[in-house]
Design a protein. Structure first.
Length: 610
């Protein structure tokens, strides 16, 4: 079970993330919404503003859920409201009401899309002001009715307080009698060992579950009807269908998000105590808070105009080729600036793989005692790294400039699909792309220039992947065979696990997406390549997480910041704990190359730097 301080820190983190993601979404709605989506954007704007208020309520009152035996309670742990019964009551009712309002807004969202796509005349033909007024009335009634239910059936029930008093005091060092709570108790244990059925709690929980279940039914019903209409409506144009499918995917994510973060957690906290199942409910309110920042991410990703405003490079796959261009307002208006941006982006991709190779080569030379590196001076090593790094960066950029930049055949073949999909003229923008096969007088012809350019790119990607696999296997076999203390081996294995994850992450986020976008067009297989630029960006965020998690000292430091107890002690090597008696450190750059001191001191400081 998380401590109260840990829950507070996580709630504050949720609030910060919610403010960030919803502010981005609001900015995108106000700046990048096109005319055909103005009405829908108003609903998304309401949703985003409500998410911020919902998360703010959660951060202010800091609600905590606690389940024990046949009962559950929720109370406000915030110092701002917990000292006053009135403010605690108001905060809990606001939070419960906001939870119901979030589900009601989600239903409005689905009903609106359903009425628009399935042409429900009663809704479509109604004056928009009447529709919004009806939504507002239903929204307010939902909030009031849900608050009334929890006040009538679940507020400060003495049976709940008596049954959970000892467990509450043991867990929170607080007296439940002086705490304002919302909660229920399904069965009360009798002194003779029997159980008494408590109707009041059952009624309160039943009303809550009925509301939750009915909103879920509305969402599923509307979602299925939208999907069937989009799949079967042949009269809809390709462009309109593509827009509607993008919005439907956003709605689908907006179904899965509350299912994961609201429906399932609330179902668990309400249903499990009916059977007396033990449940750690401390994480439930964290999930409720996560919904407010996770939900707008689906909207941003699946609606093309918003996604393109965030993702500044778009990769478009079509027929036997692919095409990449910049969408940033800063460079889109200038062919020179967009060309520079594309080449820097391509070069940065190659540089990320080069740095990953340096990482593996360094660990390989250190653990496998390579004499070649040991005999090199520090300046030679640094100079070699800089030379190879610059060679790769410039070489990759030069390759795409010669073979892939503004290829006339690519421009000719992609003019129509680019105009239809992005409503732009391909000749007015800078681009990188290739077409493997083109048709001349009806004959399928090999495009040599594109094949050479892509062959060089694939050679680099394959070569870097081979280096990583080779070094990783060598490191693993050396660690398995080496004679070293348990503590030393534990450290080296933790570093190796980090390296393994740092291998899998680029495979998932860089190698596989690059392979998909580069190779599938050879077989005339077009794919939705939106995920490619997203995965390239995700790599930079996910990669350091592996290092933090697998290196014990970093993980423990992170857990201490969250006030979560450490389960694993530090495993950094101490004095004299080196992999083998004959081990000699290679002369790597100054981050590990230290002045000559006493042998013991040198070993401590060098191994700690690793």
């Amino acid at each position: 079970m998380l401590s109260l301080l840990s829950e507070r820190n996580l709630m504050f983190l949720n609030f910060c993330l919610c403010i960030t993601t919803n502010t981005i979404l609001i900015t995108l709605i106000l700046r990048f919404t096109k005319r055909h989506m103005i009405t829908y954007s108003r609903m998304m704007l309401i949703f985003a503003c409500f998410n911020v208020s919902y998360s703010a309520i959660c951060a202010i009152i800091e609600p905590v859920l606690f389940a024990y035996d046949y009962g559950y309670v929720m109370f406000a742990s915030s110092r701002l409201v917990s000292s006053s019964p009135f403010w605690s009551l108001l905060g809990l009712l606001l939070y419960a009401s906001a939870y119901a309002q979030s589900l009601a807004l989600l239903c409005f969202h689905f009903i609106y899309r359903w009425s628009l796509i399935c042409k429900v005349r009663k809704v479509v033909d109604t004056n928009p002001y009447i529709v919004y007024t009806a939504m507002l009335i239903v929204h307010i009634l939902t909030a009031l009715v849900y608050s009334l239910i929890v006040t009538t059936f679940l507020l400060d029930d003495q049976s709940v307080k008596e049954a959970l008093k000892d467990a509450f005091t043991a867990n929170f060092q607080n007296n439940i009698d002086s705490t304002t709570i919302l909660g229920g108790l399904y069965f009360r244990r009798n002194p003779d060992g029997g159980k008494t059925f408590l109707l009041k709690s059952w009624l309160g929980t039943a009303f809550c579950l009925l509301f939750i279940f009915s909103t879920f039914v509305v969402i599923v019903y509307c979602g299925l009807n939208i999907h069937w209409t989009l799949a079967l409506d042949s009269a809809m144009s390709k462009k309109a269908k593509r827009i509607q499918k993008g919005i439907f995917r956003a709605l689908l994510v907006q179904t899965l998000t509350p299912t994961i973060f609201e429906y399932i957690p609330s179902g668990l906290i309400l249903i499990c105590p009916m059977f007396g199942f033990p449940l750690d409910a401390s994480i439930i309110t964290i999930f409720f808070g996560m919904y407010s920042f996770a939900e707008p991410m689906g909207t941003i990703f699946f609606i093309k105009d918003y996604r393109n405003a965030i993702i500044k490079q778009v990769i478009f796959s079509y027929g036997y080729g692919f095409f990449m261009f910049c969408t940033s307002d800063l460079v889109m208006g200038s062919k020179l600036l967009s060309a520079i941006g594309l080449h820097i982006y391509a070069s940065a991709y190659a540089q990320s793989l080069a740095l990953l190779c340096f990482h593996f080569v360094y660990r390989y030379s250190l653990i496998c005692h390579l004499k070649y590196f040991r005999d090199m001076s520090q300046r030679e090593i640094i100079a070699s790294m800089i030379f190879f790094y610059m060679f790769i960066a410039c070489g990759y950029a030069g390759n795409v400039f010669i073979f892939l930049y503004d290829n006339p055949i690519v421009i000719q073949d992609f003019s129509s699909p680019i105009a239809e999909t992005f409503e732009g003229d391909i000749r007015e923008i800078s681009s990188l792309g290739c077409v493997y096969f083109t048709f001349i007088n009806g004959l399928k012809t090999l495009n040599i220039k594109s094949w050479i350019g892509m062959g060089i790119c694939m050679s680099f990607i394959t070569g870097s992947f081979t280096i990583i696999i080779f070094c990783g296997v060598k490191i693993f076999t050396t660690l398995q065979a080496a004679t070293m203390s348990k503590k030393t081996k534990k450290l080296q294995m933790s570093l190796f696990k980090a390296l393994v994850v740092q291998t899998m992450i680029p495979v998932a986020c860089e190698y596989a997406p690059a392979g998909v976008v580069l190779l599938l067009p050879i077989f005339n297989l077009s794919v939705d390549t939106t995920f490619v630029t997203v995965s390239f960006g995700v790599y930079s965020f996910v990669e350091p997480c592996a290092m933090i998690y697998f290196v014990t000292d970093y993980r423990n430091a992170f857990l201490r910041k969250l006030c979560i107890p450490e389960k694993v002690k530090s495993n950094m090597m101490g004095e004299g704990e080196i992999p083998s008696p004959s081990f000699v450190l290679p002369k790597w750059p100054s981050m590990v190359q230290l002045p000559k001191l006493k042998p013991g001191t040198q070993i401590i400081r060098i191994t700690s730097a690793l």
